[in-house]
Design a protein around this ligand. Structure first.
Ligand code: ASP
Length: 328
């Protein structure tokens, strides 16, 4: 029997392929879509940051990242889900500063915020804003703060659950003003914003990523920003620090976590995708339009997030102890 040279070459290639080990790029992580848990309701600031990043990271990883909102109990329900998920890189979370406050607030927390997670990296540090429903007649931050001092617990404030950034910001504010307002808890400041637009409560302290467009559209009133520098997306707002509450400085950092024990390959790819996302001009521009910015890339690493969290847990522990609040 005789074979043509071409048939012989094709046969040899087929044999080599059959014998090759079953490893290819297509089989490396990730081979299917990734679930990204947002421990707050849809439409809020964490959801906004998470969806923006999910799209960019999904492009780098070559897979869809599906956002799932699991709000409630200041984010601890969603983070418990992540802590218990298989550490295979197919369940991750975008959450924020509340991960650092949870141990001081919840006695029956079902997970250890440091030991039960792999820390992937920080995303952004968003300033916050003091806002109100449009029906309030106050013209500036000074008038609003005087009104809160005078009306005390008659003033209602919306927040995303005990320990959330909006709750912490209000706690700090109440501590400085020496009054207690009446809190109204939501599963996230997305739905809280809906009620503020409808005038169902008076004031809120929330990230610029949720308030910027509503202030600009005149749907809510903005009074001041909570960091010590002005925010470019809302240049008309003064800082609380400048003549209202000296030293006031609260912002909400966001980060990515995964269940403890991720394979190194998955961690490395998630970190690379996060960093690529933070360099993506679309992400940078959208964050800037909402008054936020990506963190410097050296902070978008597992080591930097782990040490940031280790410093934030005791820092907020003291504030929460001084404020005398508990989550359960
Ligand atoms: N920004 C909210 C908070 O107050 C959470 C959210 O809805 O994203 O922490």
């Amino acid at each position: 029997m005789r074979f043509s040279r071409r048939a012989l070459a094709a046969g040899i290639t087929a044999l080599m392929l059959a014998a090759a080990p079953q490893v290819s790029f297509a089989q490396g992580y990730p081979t299917k879509s990734i679930t990204l848990i947002v421990p707050a309701a849809a439409g809020g600031p964490t959801d906004t940051v998470a969806r923006l990043l999910a799209e960019a990271m999904g492009r780098t990883l070559g897979q869809t990242i599906v956002v799932e909102n699991v709000g409630g109990a200041g984010g601890t329900i969603g983070m418990a889900r992540v802590a218990k998920a298989a550490p295979d890189g197919y369940t991750i979370a975008v959450w924020h500063i509340a991960h650092a406050t949870a141990p001081s607030l919840y006695d029956n927390l079902k997970y250890d915020v440091v030991k039960d997670f792999d820390h992937i990296g920080r995303i952004t540090d968003a300033p916050m804003t003091l806002v109100s429903k449009t029906a309030l007649p106050m013209k500036n931050a000074g008038e609003l703060l005087d009104w809160i001092r005078a009306e005390k617990d008659k003033v209602t404030y919306g927040h995303a659950g005990v320990g959330s950034a909006s709750h912490l910001c209000a706690l700090m504010l109440m501590k400085e003003l020496g009054v207690r307002m009446t809190g109204v808890a939501y599963r996230g400041t997305g739905p809280a914003m809906g009620d503020l637009l409808g005038g169902q409560f008076d004031v809120m302290c929330d990230q610029t990523t949720n308030t910027t467009n509503q202030i600009k559209d005149g749907k809510i009133k903005g009074y001041a920003v909570t960091i010590k520098t002005k925010v470019s997306s809302l240049p008309e707002l003064p800082t609380l620090d400048s003549g209202f509450i000296k030293g006031f400085d609260v912002s909400a950092w966001h980060a990515i976590w995964a269940p403890k024990g991720l394979p190194k390959d998955a961690t490395d790819k998630l970190v690379a995708a996060l960093q690529a996302g933070l360099k993506d001009q679309k992400v940078i521009d959208r964050l800037a339009s909402l008054g936020a910015a990506p963190v410097p890339l050296e902070q978008a690493t597992p080591q930097a997030l782990a040490s940031h969290l280790a410093a934030e847990v005791p820092r907020w522990g003291e504030v929460i102890k001084a404020a005398g609040v508990k989550g359960n």
